[in-house]
Ligand binder design. Structure first.
Ligand code: BGC
Length: 462
């Protein structure tokens, strides 16, 4: 018995030793790093991004509208302080002025999303006025020499689609594919970069595991099934659009958020295990699906899913990488929330519950590179109400990207999230991600001081 105990202890010590020295998370000594003089190729593009529900205003026909206007089982509001998107940034009416703001920054690209619920308000109805609106947005961008990038799905579903079960049902994917087939020919002469689905893992984890996005479920099994359906939807849309006129001239890709998970206590086996499990679900499923066409996950009592398709592997023209930060996970005894997020004392926090960690961006880029497709940084930004960390954030994250490019990673462009403050989903308007500050009473936009670092880096390129 004693011998067995000693052997177990030795194995555990070896494990901890291995993890401490071989898998300790990357940390750079920023005091010794020179971030001046970063040079990017002339073809590298600089952009900014927004999403329809977060900026347009009057999105009253989607699942988020219902969500914002509903209460949870304790009669508490879904969104912080019962905020609602309502008029948002009134971008629907102010887009021409907002495009001037983009031009003033010296950016070359703008990533928008189309609000499916405005274009297809009912299952059998398309709204021509809404389509014309987006045609005008695209034309207005092109007039100003700004390249439009379209996202076909950014978190919101029309109410009719949700009532049919949304992405919980594999059969419903066809509705989304038909929407994309209808839209693509209208824009594909003019729009050459397309994002199919924004962050399938965020949509499914927040909506079906954490329960803070609609529909507010807390089911690990449903989480992975919805994630699988979104990935299948991406593949179907990808092939359909590639086979349409202009399809081959367009770059069509999935946008994936990569999050880093590191153990809070490096000596604690259970912290390691929750990191491995969480990473496999949050990052591993989509990465393995894109790489091999297969999802194979089996954590007894938690999730079990097998799916394989010979059409899915490498069915993306680029890897759209959204990166924000990382979390330290600490195991806890709770069937549904088996870990909590922790931070280290020396972490520089953003206003969101995660720190500035540019090394994690670098790690995510290296992870994305393994898919073997060009990378576009489709989102990266900081919520910083006081605007006292934005400049540091921009400098460090762009440095991390620059370092990866220098080492040979094929990154084509970078989109800062976001052009202006907007409706930050469950957090309402409290999170200030904008290069421009928005006064939501007057709709006045003001460039933030911290954003100048971004402009300076871009202009250093010209
Ligand atoms: C989403 C955005 C969101 C941003 C900041 C991304 O996950 O695509 O819609 O505003 O993160 O939280």
């Amino acid at each position: 018995m004693m011998i067995i105990l000693i052997i177990v202890c030795i194995i555990y010590l070896l494990f901890i030793f291995h993890m401490l020295f071989w898998h300790s998370e990357l940390k750079w000594n920023w005091d010794k790093i020179d971030t001046s003089n970063m040079k990017f190729s002339n073809s590298f593009y600089w952009g900014t991004a927004t999403a329809s529900h977060q900026v347009e205003g009057n999105c009253k026909n989607n699942n988020w509208y219902n969500w914002e206007n509903s209460k949870d089982e304790n009669n508490a509001p879904r969104i912080k302080d019962n905020q609602k998107a309502n008029l948002a940034c009134d971008h629907w009416n102010r887009y021409k002025d907002d495009i001037k703001l983009i031009t003033n920054l010296g950016l070359t690209h703008y990533r928008i999303s189309l609000e499916w619920s405005k274009i297809q308000p009912d299952k059998d109805e398309y709204n021509q006025e809404a389509i014309n609106h987006y045609v005008d947005v695209v034309d207005s961008l092109l007039e100003k020499n700004i390249t439009p990038v379209i996202t076909l799905h950014h978190f919101t579903n029309p109410i009719w689609f949700d009532q049919l079960g949304g992405f919980e049902k594999e059969d419903n994917i066809d509705f989304f594919v038909s929407f994309c087939e209808k839209i693509f020919p209208i824009f594909s002469d003019k729009v050459k970069i397309w994002c199919t689905i924004n962050e399938p893992e965020v949509y499914s984890v927040m909506g079906y595991f954490a329960g803070v996005f609609p529909p507010g479920s807390k089911s690990p099994q449903l989480t992975v099934e919805v994630l699988k359906n979104l990935l299948i939807a991406h593949t179907s849309v990808y092939h359909k659009l590639k086979n349409m006129p202009n399809g081959l001239n367009c770059q069509i890709g999935l946008v994936k958020n990569i999050m880093q998970f590191d153990p809070y206590r490096k000596w604690h086996l259970l912290d390691w295990i929750v990191c491995i499990v969480t990473n496999k679900i949050y990052n591993g499923i989509a990465l393995s699906y894109l790489k091999t066409g297969t999802i194979n996950i089996n954590y007894p009592f938690l999730v079990k899913l097998y799916y394989s398709s010979n059409k899915a592997a490498l069915a993306t023209d680029f890897f759209g990488l959204n990166y924000y930060s990382h979390n330290y996970l600490k195991f806890k005894f709770d069937k549904y929330e088996f870990f909590e997020n922790k931070y280290m004392e020396d972490d520089i926090m953003t206003d969101m519950p995660y720190p500035i960690y540019a090394e994690g961006f670098y790690r995510a880029i290296k992870e994305a590179e393994k898919i073997g497709k060009p990378i576009i940084i489709t989102e990266n930004g900081i919520a910083d109400y006081k605007d006292n960390r934005r400049s540091l954030f921009i400098e460090r994250y762009i440095y991390a990207m620059h370092k990866a490019i220098q080492e040979g990673t094929d990154i084509q462009g970078y989109f800062y999230w976001s052009l202006m403050d907007n409706f930050e989903w469950a957090e309402g308007y409290d999170m200030k991600f904008g290069l421009y500050e928005v006064d939501f009473k007057t709709q006045e936009r003001t460039l933030r001081k911290g954003s100048e670092t971004f402009i300076n880096i871009i202009n250093g390129q010209q």
